[in-house]
Design a protein around this ligand. Sequence first.
Ligand code: APR
Length: 229
Amino acid sequence: MKKKLTVLSGAGMSQESGLKTFRDMGGLWEQYDVTEVASPEAWERDPSLVLRFYNQRRKQLFEVEPNAGHLGIAELEQRFDVDVVTQNVDNLHERAGSSHVLHLHGELIKARSTVDPFLVYELDHWALDLGDLCEKGSQLRPHIVWFGEAVTEIPKAVRIVEQADILVVIGTSLAVYPAAGLVNYVQKGTPIFVVDPGKPAVHQPNVFYIQEKAGKGVELLLEELKKLM
Ligand code: APR
């Protein structure tokens, strides 16, 4: 039986692919005011500004590739039963070959209806504009969980983390809840590997820090995991 390994990833995972993180130097939230581009109030106030913000990010996503970190995580499936629980809205885990990816904060390559949240559409072009409507005639919005909106996938993520034999935390500052609280759902004694050039706080026993960027860090992680097999 393959051991269950859960990866909890954040923006740092995609930094080496050329996508900015949120809270690091030069990060997105230094350039943009969250309340103007990533909240339901912002959407009410100025939907064009919000659409432009996500169009730029989506255009960039179409131009970048998964990095060595993403590829290393996908490779883990050869030896482990891997679930990726990501805060990232990019599709780089899937493009690297990861089979089980749960997006907590939505997906940039999708749009959804503003009258029926279950009407979700895959986008084959980076631009989503005013006038792009759902089949019920409502304006389409980015399929993103904005600040102040419910993270509806959390119950699924908690069940995954509770069953993990190993938890790997990569490239997240663990500053945003409820995602950051997932580390507290591991079974007692479960090893937790944290791959990050910084040292995000994890208040659990059995935490092992690999203070490297994702690409190099995942390589070192593989060495550590071999000892657990
Ligand atoms: N490899 C690994 N980790 C990295 C790298 C890298 N190349 N570069 C930066 N990091 C680390 C930083 O040290 C930091 O701990 O990635 C983390 C990035 O943290 P944030 O910018 O806060 O991103 P994240 O934790 O994903 O943010 C959570 O906040 O803004 C919202 O919805 C958004 O999903 C996002 C959530």
